[in-house]
Design a protein around this ligand. Sequence first.
Ligand code: F6R
Length: 607
Amino acid sequence: MCGIVGYIGKRQATPILISGLRRLEYRGYDSAGVAVHNGESSRVVRCCGKLSNLEQKLALEPVPGMLGIGHTRWATHGKPSDENAHPHKAGGVSVVHNGIIENHVALRNELEEEGVTFSSDTDTEIFAHLIHREMRGGAEALARGVQQVLRKVQGAYAIVVMDDADPSTLVAAKSASPLVIGLGDGENYVASDVTAILDETRDMIFVEEQELATVRPSGVHITDLDGNPVERAPRRINWSVVQAEKQGYRHFMQKEIFEQPRAVADTLAGRLDRERGDVKLDGIDLDVRSIRRVVFVACGTSYHASLIGKFLVESLARIPTEVDLASEFRYRDPLIGSGDLVIGISQSGETADTMAAMKMAREKGATLLAVSNVLESSIPRMADHAFYTHAGPEIGVASTKAFVTQLASLVLIAAYLGRRSGALDRGRGDELLGELAELPKKMSDVIEHSAQLQVIARRYGGAKGFLFLGRGNQYPIALEGALKLKEISYIHAEGYAAGEMKHGPIALIDETMPVIVIAPRGAHYEKVISNLTEVRARDGKIVAIATRGDTEIGSAADEVVMVPTAAPEILPLLTALPLQLLAYYVAVSKGTDIDQPRNLAKSVTVE
Ligand code: F6R
């Protein structure tokens, strides 16, 4: 997501901060800024757009000093703008922050009641005001003030703080967002990513969860959030810059698959209202009882997410729902009008067909809701309501974490509609939220077993074609599994509704055809097992994706990949993961260009 660099020592900070931020540019950002302390006071320079804009500004108003913090922002709360760019400053306290503060509304209200005026829409500015309040209240050291504030904050953060009153100290802390300290000689560095400071030093200390580091030119002191000292030896990092950008993973796609539990936690952050069995969706205020029908429009992977959205909206909100490919919808003069809620799903927020379909729906009088990963991109900007997935920048062309966070978003949106349509009662709502809260842990569990998919990929990766079968809300997962394999391994793959098999694709099956069957325990289990038996009878090789505890399926399949059990609404977020891993490892074995597969672009802004 966003990038952080900090410096304290004996050289001018600004060039070090800028070159560190430049190293993080590949991840995407919409604004940037620095705060530099000249020994007496600090000054913030920040602006929207590229780092070159910031450099131009700094050329006009240089900020000399040997202590500084810098940031590239990828907007989550508050649109990209000069005011929302980091660092944020309150009194003498300047802060940069990666992550999302879940209880930001309550904290902001509390500060506003005390008379604090905010100058941005960000959750980060809250940190600056809270730390400033602690320092004014007599906290004996910046580290102590930061500690006090972190006790009040829920959510994910990597923060770096400096205070005008103490030019010899940087304080950094971490919870669920990466943070690393780089060690120099009479100078030290802080960064969100190794890449940012690899040109300066290779000796690094990785800050762990709920730890706080006090960084001075002469050394680094790490404690837990209660102030108890933590001993941690530095590590020598031998990665190349390219390896470091991928955080040690071989490909961005692999990194993005593995970071999905975190991405989904970010999607959910601050949106679960367990007390009311409801969801809190900032930026969405729909008159749900007047919605006659929901229509999803999207392309590619986002279309597959929409197909699952139909199941969710119909089962949780009991509102009739249709799904259309945006490229078809826009050219078929659809029957659409007021009373229709058109939900456009787009990771990039820039897909030409999705945008055109939504524009047409608007002209016909529909209400528009956009689900996107990119704040202030065209599609959410044109919609009446916008929901952001908060997956962080997705660099691999084949979508993984964006897809899974779209699914998590759709569970939230369907629950929102259900609670307001009256179809979802508080008890069931709360059960669902409980399931969502458990989800990141269950996803990690699947990902921890990735080695099995590596073996399966090696065993079947030489096949000429694959078939993916699923029923109900696992049918779109079959489509998505097939799409992932096609995109990055260039092997032909078909996704089919399992019940359709005997209407045609069964003719393809022989001993050379691997068939991936998604067969979790649940409503369709027996039916899927009977499809599986039909494949078996024709010597097809079966890889079953099943739920843990299923002791029957082993005798019907050649390979079984187990995922944790979960509510039917949640299961697609788990069964999608082995299929991503399978596609990834098959592509690795074929040596294709995984992050930039041939003929594909990340953002399809033309028809
Ligand atoms: C597949 C993939 C594409 C996109 C499609 C829509 O891995 O990424 O199929 O899903 O091009 O893109 P967005 O979601 O940006 O509208």
